[in-house]
Every structure is written in structure tokens, then in C-alpha cells.
Design a protein around this ligand. Structure first.
Ligand code: SF4
Length: 374
């Protein structure tokens, strides 16, 4: 593998070079299947239309299966190691889309991984999983009562644990190092657990064979590569098949680098008091020019603007409105000051409404997922 071509799913770079996925790992551009998505699913998800979901592996196989009326499922996971931010919200938005289409959802609360790899306290992890992750999913409108299995990695069915143990037989440390680089035992177990998270819905104990798609951030591809290899090796023995995957770009932090719970000043959390989020957003990096005169003359650069990115990812759902902002910015008719006022207004409105729903959602979480006993 070329030097620098490795992705680290646990410590993603502050800036990801998405081209690497095409160049070194053979993922396909999502644009190639967009027309088929339109024909088979109807309207593509707005993140698909806007190029935020930019790559896939075997998504055409899932489209074929859906068209034939076969069983389809989505598997996704959240590591409850920090507060829920707008990057996590993008995954929930995709889950809502697939749920409407009739996909079964498997949602993993990766508490074992948060404990072993992030080295966090068990009780804190469970509390964050319930009150940040599950509560926000409900408040965002995901219906956890409809065809959804949501579970903690440390509190699930015995066939799932058996699968983790079986998977360990058909992979070598040399292969794992080639995919992940040097890794300690905690990460070996975490990677095999993730493979079981993705593959177990195909087992008889979980309803039998179904086609699976895994929507992930681009930095998670190493897990998909390992899982797909393992599926091939267990095809005869367990009837497992390769999962498909889609890749979305990561939301930038407000300074233009990665958004992460570990850099709270540069992240928008869904539990931020609106005035705090507004203050953070006002400091965000824009694609504006050095002076008003220059901006009127040359136009702004929305492609390099975090505020515009937030419009694309969630603040503006209407494509025509998004196009208007883009054109006015490029044409120098929109200035960053007034545009930030507009973005702040949209963000505050969203957070106020969301946080009202969150209050109610917090009372519902244990109805849908059973927390581990310790
Ligand atoms: S006008 Fe708006 S979209 Fe354009 S660079 Fe400034 S903040 Fe970004």
C-alpha cells in the first residue's frame, strides 16, 4: 500500500483526502448510481443529491435487491464517547430516509469500543449513549418502534458474541496491520466486534439473510474492508455475504478542520444552548474575502466556507434556497456579516425546536433499548 494511504478509523486526520478512497481502495463515485436511486427509491436523500454522500461499494447490489422486493437492512453504529453533534445528525438523517423506504435498521451503541479504545468510564458511556445518542435520534424523528433493533455491544444476544469469536479464526495479525497499521488487543477486539455488528443481521437468529448497507463517514472504510473479506471467508460456513456501504464527507469544525466532540469550541452540539451555538457560529471560518470591496468585486468562495457547508449539511433543506445563497455568494451580492446573521437565525430556530423535543425524548429512551446492568 502506498505510503500515507492508510485511514485510521479511531483517530481520523483533521483533514481527510477523499480522493484516497477512489485511488487506493476502489470505492466508486456515488454519482454513478444517482439516477438508479431516483428510479428505484424515488427522490434521492438530500445528502445524496448534494454530493455529501460521495462514494459507495456495491450500492447497486442493494438497489437490485430492493427492486426485486428482497429483504434489506441498514446497519450503523455510534460510539458514545462524547456529545452528539451535527456530524452524528447526518447519520440519523440517512436512517430516517431508509426507514421510510422500508429498510430494517440495526443501530449499534458501541459501548464496548468506547470503554476499550477510548478508555472511558462504563457508567458515563451508558449515560451518554442513552441521553445524548438515543434521545437525539428520537428527537430528530427516527421512529425506534418501527422495524428497528438498537442494542449495546455489551448487552445483546449470544449468537452475536459467538460470531465475534468465530470471525477471529479467519483473519491474521498481518492482515489487520495491513488495514489498520499497528494495533493493540483492544483495537483487534473492537474491529472484530464491528465486523460482527455489520454481519450478524444475516444470521438465522436475527431473521435470516438480508442485503445490508452501511452508511459511514469516509474514515470508517477500513472496517468495511475487513468485514467484506470476513464475509467472503464465512460464505460457505455461515451464509454471510459482503455488505454494501456508502461514504459521506465529514462535517468540518467551525475552524475548517474536523468536527469532533474533543474540540468543543469548534463543534455545534445539539444540546448547546442556542446562544452558545450562535456565538460559536459567528466565529466560524468563511470563504469571504479580505475586504467588503474585494468580496463585491470577486465574490465569496462557498466551497471553502464552513457556514455554507452547514447550509448544505442541514440548515437549508430547500435546494432552490441553497442555490440562491450559492449564486449570490459567488456573485459578490452576499456579504459574510449579513449571511452569518441568517445562518445564526436558522441555527437558533432549529436548536430551540429540537431541544423542546429532546426534553420529551429523554423520558422515552429506555422503552427502546435495554441498558447493560453495570
Ligand atoms: S457570503 Fe456566506 S456563503 Fe459566502 S463566504 Fe460569506 S458566509 Fe460563506
Amino acid at each position: 500500500m502506498a505510503e500515507g494511504a492508510r485511514l485510521d478509523p479511531w483517530e481520523p486526520a483533521l483533514r481527510l483526502e477523499y480522493d484516497k478512497l477512489f485511488k487506493y481502495f476502489g470505492v466508486k463515485p456515488f454519482g454513478e448510481v444517482l439516477d438508479r436511486v431516483r428510479r428505484v427509491f424515488g427522490e434521492p436523500h438530500y445528502l445524496m443529491r448534494r454530493g455529501v454522500i460521495f462514494a459507495h461499494r456495491d450500492f447497486d447490489v442493494v438497489l437490485d435487491a430492493y427492486e426485486r422486493g428482497e429483504r434489506v437492512a441498514v446497519v450503523t453504529g455510534f460510539m458514545p464517547s462524547g456529545r452528539f453533534h451535527v456530524g452524528h445528525m447526518m447519520v440519523v438523517e440517512q436512517l430516517k430516509y431508509y426507514q421510510k423506504l422500508g429498510f430494517k435498521l440495526f443501530i449499534v451503541l458501541a459501548d464496548a469500543e468506547a470503554y476499550a479504545v477510548r478508555k472511558l468510564d462504563r457508567r458515563e458511556i451508558i449515560d451518554v449513549a442513552l441521553n445524548e445518542y438515543v434521545a437525539n435520534m428520537i428527537a430528530l424523528g427516527l421512529d425506534l418502534s418501527r422495524n428497528v433493533t438498537i442494542y449495546f455491544q455489551t448487552n445483546y444476544e449470544r449468537e452475536y458474541y459467538r460470531l465475534i469469536q468465530m470471525l477471529s479464526r479467519k483473519v491474521s495479525m498481518a492482515e489487520m496491520r495491513a488495514i489498520y497499521g499497528e494495533l493493540e488487543p483492544a483495537k483487534v477486539v473492537a474491529a472484530l466486534t464491528q465486523a460482527a455488528d455489520i454481519l450478524h443481521p444475516q444470521l438465522e437468529a436475527f431473521g435470516g439473510y438480508k442485503y445490508i448497507v452501511v452508511p459511514v463517514g469516509a474514515e470508517q472504510d477500513p472496517h468495511l474492508r475487513l468485514t467484506r473479506d470476513l464475509a467472503d471467508r464465512f460464505e460457505r460456513e455461515l451464509g454471510l455475504r459482503r455488505p454494501a456501504s456508502t461514504y459521506h464527507k465529514l462535517v468540518s469544525g467551525l475552524d475548517g478542520l474536523k468536527m469532533s466532540s474533543s474540540r468543543p469550541d469548534y463543534a455545534i452540539f445539539l444540546t448547546d444552548p442556542p446562544e452558545v451555538a450562535a456565538r460559536k457560529l459567528r466565529r466560524a471560518l468563511t470563504g469571504g474575502r479580505a475586504s467588503v470591496e474585494e468580496q463585491r468585486r470577486l465574490g465569496g468562495v462557498p466551497e471553502r466556507c464552513v457556514v455554507y457547508e452547514l447550509y448544505v449539511y442541514f440548515l437549508v433543506r430547500d435546494d432552490r434556497e441553497l442555490a440562491r445563497v450559492y449564486e449570490e455568494c459567488r456573485g459578490g451580492r452576499l456579504l459574510c456579516g449579513p449571511d452569518k446573521d441568517y445562518a445564526v437565525e436558522l441555527l437558533v430556530k432549529f436548536l430551540e425546536e429540537h431541544q423542546r423535543k429532546l426534553e420529551r425524548a429523554r423520558n422515552l429512551v429506555e422503552r427502546f433499548v435495554e441498558p447493560p446492568k453495570f
